[in-house]
Write a protein that binds this ligand. Structure first.
Ligand SMILES: NC(=O)c1ccc[n+]([C@@H]2O[C@H](COP(=O)([O-])OP(=O)(O)OC[C@H]3O[C@@H](n4cnc5c(N)ncnc54)[C@H](OP(=O)(O)O)[C@@H]3O)[C@@H](O)[C@H]2O)c1
Length: 238
């Protein structure tokens, strides 16, 4: 698929993977709807790619999916791509993890992601085409001590995506998951010991590595489906 002129919603676009994917899609000629709570980085996209609409806000707001699609329809046209990516990470041993922060992670990573999936897939079914890409994780396929709750949120994304793939087979609506290993982003800033040092990974992935894989998934001809893609740094032993 040629991405020029396609309309793409990107969540979590202020930082890390979402920021790199929005930049890459903008460079490929997509028109962008970008969202997150922090707006400074979102407005940079407006300057770089004039066909950009900024929708600031909390992804947990139940109205957010409709707001994103309405903004697109009013200002850019029908939506072709949704990159459902906003997420947070809480990892700690069970006697140390903060239950309220853990439940907030469930709301961001599962509830808000599910609400966007629900709206996007119904919209694409009605339109007859569209591609939803969800950011899962290598921890959507495996787990490890201290990361069970985070992995659970990503397993949830994998389960819904896989069942939708089956529901939508023979249609032109596609659902894909990317499953990155360690990517150097702000999500790891609160770790006592950075996972790079904990897992002895000198060369983690960069957000731009993930942007390239998302672009690869989106650019396939329609008969080629990539429901999931695991992307790991070379030193990842998980
Ligand atoms: N980095 C990794 O190693 C890795 C590996 C596998 C999967 N992932 C997944 O990749 C996705 C992106 O993470 P990242 O590594 O790029 O982290 P990041 O740099 O911290 O970016 C997270 C993004 O999510 C947004 N976000 C978080 N909470 C939000 C909320 N309540 N409302 C609106 N936006 C919110 C943030 O925007 P604001 O703070 O401005 O709102 C930010 O744009 C997540 O789903 C994460 O689980 C990351």
């Amino acid at each position: 698929m040629n991405l020029k002129g396609k309309v793409a919603i990107v969540t979590g676009a202020s930082s890390g993977i979402g920021h790199a994917v929005a930049k890459d899609l903008g460079s490929a000629g997509c028109h962008l709807i970008v969202t997150s709570r922090r707006t400074e980085k979102l407005h940079e996209f407006e300057r770089e790619f004039p066909k950009t609409v900024v929708v600031p806000g909390d992804i947990c707001d139940p109205d957010m999916p409709d707001l994103l699609f309405q903004a697109a329809e009013e200002k850019l046209g029908p939506v072709d791509i949704v990159f459902n990516n906003a997420g947070i990470l809480e990892v700690a041993p069970i006697d140390k993890i903060d239950i309220d922060r853990m439940c907030r992670m469930v709301r961001v990573n599962v509830e808000a992601a599910f609400r966007l999936i629900y709206t996007a897939v119904r919209y694409f079914k009605e339109k007859g085409s569209g591609h939803l890409v969800n950011t899962s994780s290598v921890l959507g396929t495996k787990t490890r001590p201290t990361a069970g709750a985070y992995a659970g949120t990503k397993y949830a994304i994998e389960a819904l995506s896989e069942s939708l793939r089956m529901e939508l087979a023979r249609s032109d609506v596609q659902v894909s998951c990317i499953e990155p290993g360690l990517v150097l982003t702000e999500i790891h800033d609160s770790w006592e010991t950075h996972p790079k040092d904990l897992f002895k990974i000198e060369n983690p992935l960069t957000p731009e590595d993930i942007a390239r894989t998302v672009r690869f998934i989106l650019e396939q001809p329609n008969h080629v489906r990539i429901p999931k893609m695991l992307v790991l740094p070379g030193e990842h032993e998980i």
